[in-house]
Write a protein that binds this ligand. Structure first.
Ligand code: HEC
Ligand code: HEC
Ligand code: HEC
Ligand code: HEC
Ligand code: HEC
Ligand code: HEC
Ligand code: HEC
Length: 426
């Protein structure tokens, strides 16, 4: 489908270029009036036209932006990034790989490839498939200019795109440094860094007085010294230590590695804070991460037990299969593709994907109000619900057994998910 579409687009484009040489009348018939103007112009410009000479008449603002850029001043031309072969340009929809930028910006490129922004996503079959073969969607998240765009595999076979943080032809560093450029991806229920940060003191000062006024932006803390290796300062996990329970939804990190990244981050805070204060604030956040992870773990084991006892309603094998995991029992991210989940599993999904990240990301981004009252309380609520629902399912199973009914009343046998209120009107 996508291939068909791009093939027909390509033909249209071939036609358009062919029209450079064609008569305006043919073009009028083929494209209508609005398009005609463009192609008529192109036919004028075709002989020996420069890229910007022709494009000035097509996308004037784009060429203006380029004229205001450091690139223009240093003689970096359209073809330096896009190449000279217009057929080739059309065939990749004008995309430019990070490698092309990297040929001139070696340091930024090498650092970018070390960061998660530059990593190809390989941790799931599902994202692999979509990242390689289609740039339309990734699980409902638009890949064309979407959250994983910087991680895409480029048409020339190399890795990544710099475009998300350097989006316009002006190559404006003011734009790249602004938190709003990060927010496009770093916001929403599963990774609410923006929601948290925008309510913090750091942002209040930044938005009023800027960095010079003492404010910190995403870039201040994550890309200090203009490094593109933003993972240097981030653990996103807990330090390995004795007595730490096994946690399924949080990484544990070897001590030396953890300490190295933590010290680097504290060094960043040290521009504005005393080290004790920065350190304590981050340790408090670690504590919230651990506490949340333990709650999630308890919820997980409750549901696993119900599964073993065949008490989930409906059981995975009695549902339409999960798009990616079929009838297997899964907890975590892949639950997204299960549209026939039981209530208790669904609540777990919200707990682990939304409420838990909100709590710990809130903690690291200094927003006690949201982290404590919103996320922490919500997480407790999830756990209480899951405990109670397990109790209810067990009671039900007991009642069924007493009446000699099958222990697992599933949809097919008409047992239904009555929720205790007698669905069939008794
Ligand atoms: C004579 C006119 C003309 C010249 C010269 C020209 N282009 Fe284009 N280019 C077009 C037209 C027409 C389109 C389709 C634009 C549209 O839909 O608005 C296009 C599209 C593009 C696109 C977008 C890719 C796409 O798939 O639509 C890029 C990038 C591009 N050109 C770069 C260049 C570069 C680089 C050069 C110089 C090597 C160049 N162009 C020379 C006419 C021209
Ligand atoms: C520094 C590199 C660079 C230079 C120089 C450059 N471009 Fe681009 N251009 C890009 C990138 C990056 C994109 C975004 C495509 C992508 O997602 O990879 C783009 C996209 C485009 C598009 C499609 C934009 C759209 O949204 O429809 C056109 C058209 C285009 N460029 C034309 C030009 C023209 C004409 C010039 C010269 C005046 C030029 N470019 C110079 C990097 C560059
Ligand atoms: C042909 C070499 C070349 C290519 C390709 C190239 N650049 Fe540049 N870029 C430069 C030069 C030269 C400068 C100016 C550096 C300076 O003034 O010190 C520059 C400056 C920049 C700046 C800083 C702008 C400023 O105001 O200081 C950014 C950001 C940038 N490039 C990003 C990109 C991105 C993203 C790409 C790929 C889409 C790219 N460049 C492709 C050569 C290139
Ligand atoms: C996560 C967002 C992000 C990505 C992805 C990204 N950049 Fe940047 N880049 C920035 C920010 C922010 C700055 C400004 C940093 C500062 O000055 O504080 C910057 C600055 C730059 C500069 C000017 C400063 C310098 O180091 O000379 C260049 C050049 C540059 N980037 C090139 C690239 C290239 C090439 C890529 C892709 C290989 C890329 N960037 C990918 C966010 C990004
Ligand atoms: C195109 C979407 C996009 C944009 C724009 C973007 N990011 Fe990211 N960012 C991602 C993705 C995807 C990841 C990797 C998430 C993962 O794999 O866990 C990521 C990861 C990160 C990480 C974690 C690094 C690590 O090693 O754990 C930091 C920090 C980060 N981004 C900061 C920024 C900053 C600062 C900006 C703005 C200058 C920004 N991002 C812009 C998509 C984006
Ligand atoms: C005051 C400094 C500071 C600011 C400002 C800041 N962060 Fe962070 N960020 C941190 C700290 C500290 C961590 C946790 C580090 C760790 O895990 O050891 C973190 C973690 C992250 C992570 C990785 C963990 C996760 O949540 O997945 C991402 C992504 C991230 N920040 C993005 C952003 C974005 C986007 C912004 C702006 C909207 C931002 N940060 C603003 C300090 C900051
Ligand atoms: C560019 C300067 C700057 C950087 C870097 C910075 N902060 Fe701040 N931070 C401030 C200012 C200014 C305040 C408000 C004054 C105060 O409370 O000391 C503040 C306030 C705070 C607060 C109190 C929040 C509140 O609601 O009152 C905490 C906690 C905090 N920062 C932690 C950190 C941590 C942790 C880091 C490093 C990951 C960091 N900051 C990096 C400037 C910065």
């Amino acid at each position: 489908m996508a291939e068909e579409r791009s093939a027909s687009r390509l033909n249209m484009r071939r036609l358009a270029v062919a029209a450079l040489a064609a008569s305006p009348l043919f073009v009028l018939a083929a494209f209508g009036f609005a398009e005609m103007y463009k192609y008529f112009f192109m036919s004028q410009a075709s002989s020996g036209a420069t890229c910007h000479g022709c494009h000035e008449k097509l996308e004037k603002k784009l060429v203006d932006q380029w004229r205001e850029s450091a690139h223009y001043r240093k003689g970096v031309m359209c073809e330096s990034c896009h190449g000279e072969d217009h057929e080739q340009i059309f065939s990749v929809d004008g995309r430019v790989s990070a490698k092309v930028c990297g040929d001139c910006h070696r340091k930024a490129y090498d650092e970018f490839l070390k960061s998660k922004h530059g990593h190809q996503i390989t941790h799931t079959k599902y994202t692999d498939r979509d990242l390689d073969k289609s740039y339309d969607t990734v699980g409902g998240c638009y890949l064309t200019l979407g959250c994983h765009y910087s991680q895409r595999k480029a048409e020339d076979g190399t890795q990544g795109s710099c475009q998300p943080c350097h989006p316009s032809h002006s190559a404006s560093l003011r734009v790249s440094r602004d938190p709003r450029i990060c927010n496009k991806c770093h916001q929403g229920t599963d990774n609410p860094q923006w929601e948290v940060y925008k309510n913090s003191v750091h942002y209040a000062i930044y938005s009023v007085d800027g960095v010079r006024g003492g404010g910190a932006s995403c870039v201040t803390c994550h890309m200090p010294g203009a490094t593109h290796d933003d993972g240097q300062f981030v653990n996103s996990g807990l330090m390995e230590r004795q007595g730490l329970p096994k946690l399924s939804f949080v990484k544990t990190i070897p001590k030396d590695q953890f300490v190295a990244k933590r010290s680097a981050m504290i060094q960043v805070c040290r521009d504005c804070h005393a080290s004790k204060i920065a350190k304590r604030s981050l340790e408090t956040a670690d504590h919230f991460l651990e506490r949340g992870a333990i709650m999630v773990e308890e919820a997980k084991s409750i549901i696993e037990k119900l599964y073993e006892e065949k008490l989930l309603r409906p059981m995975p094998e009695d549902r339409d299969p999960n798009l990616f995991t079929g009838s297997a029992f899964v907890l975590g991210g892949r639950q997204l593709f299960d549209q026939h989940s039981s209530d208790i599993e669904r609540r777990f999904y919200e707990m682990v994907m939304f409420d838990f990240p909100f709590m710990w990301r809130g903690a690291y981004h200094n927003l006690p109000e949201l982290q404590t009252w919103h996320a922490n309380e919500k997480l407790k609520g999830d756990l209480i619900y899951i405990r109670n629902e397990a109790l209810r399912l067990r009671n039900f199973a007991g009642m069924y057994r007493e009446k000699g009914l099958p222990p697992k009343p599933d949809g097919k046998q008409g047992g239904g998910d009555a929720g205790g209120s007698g669905g069939k009107g008794n």
